[in-house]
Design a protein around this ligand. Structure first.
Ligand SMILES: [Zn+2]
Length: 147
């Protein structure tokens, strides 16, 4: 789905008129109307504002060009799993179980993270050695643990 489709759906779901959205974003109603017709796309700053206003990630707004993984625990991210920065904006790097309000919820080591993830996977029915191998291959490549 393209930006214009996402945007229209989000606006309607929130029950906002084009005028109301325009006022909140400090743009003209005509600009909003052009986005919805697919004639123009907002600039990056406006996209960030829309992300805040609609509470969805930029990645979702732009039609999910990237597959997001938490850069701390490696789990696949959807918007409802995203952590938040200190200003309340969605953080597209980390899940809400690793990161919230601008900081990591636990200052564990990579080894401790691996053990936590392994025990969760084991509860979900994954064999322990397979879970450990999986996490050992994923974690060192994530931003939080990369040297
Ligand atoms: Zn995480």
């Amino acid at each position: 789905m393209e930006f214009k489709d996402h945007f229209l759906k989000l606006r309607e779901r929130r029950g906002l008129s084009q005028q109301e959205v325009a006022e909140q974003l400090n743009v003209t109603r005509q600009a909003v109307s052009r986005w919805e017709r697919g004639e123009t796309t907002p600039n990056v700053d406006t996209l960030k504002q829309i992300s805040r206003l609609m509470d969805v990630s930029l990645n979702t707004l732009l039609g999910c060009p990237r597959e997001l993984y938490c850069q701390s625990c490696g789990m696949p991210l959807e918007d409802e799993f995203l952590g938040r920065d200190s200003d309340g904006a969605l953080n597209e790097k980390f899940c809400k179980w690793c990161y919230d309000e601008g900081h990591f919820l636990s200052d564990c080591t990579m080894e401790e993270m691996q053990e936590q993830c392994v025990s969760i996977m084991v509860q979900q029915g994954v064999e322990e050695s397979a879970a450990r191998q999986h996490m050992a291959s994923i974690l060192p490549r994530l931003e939080r643990w990369k040297q």
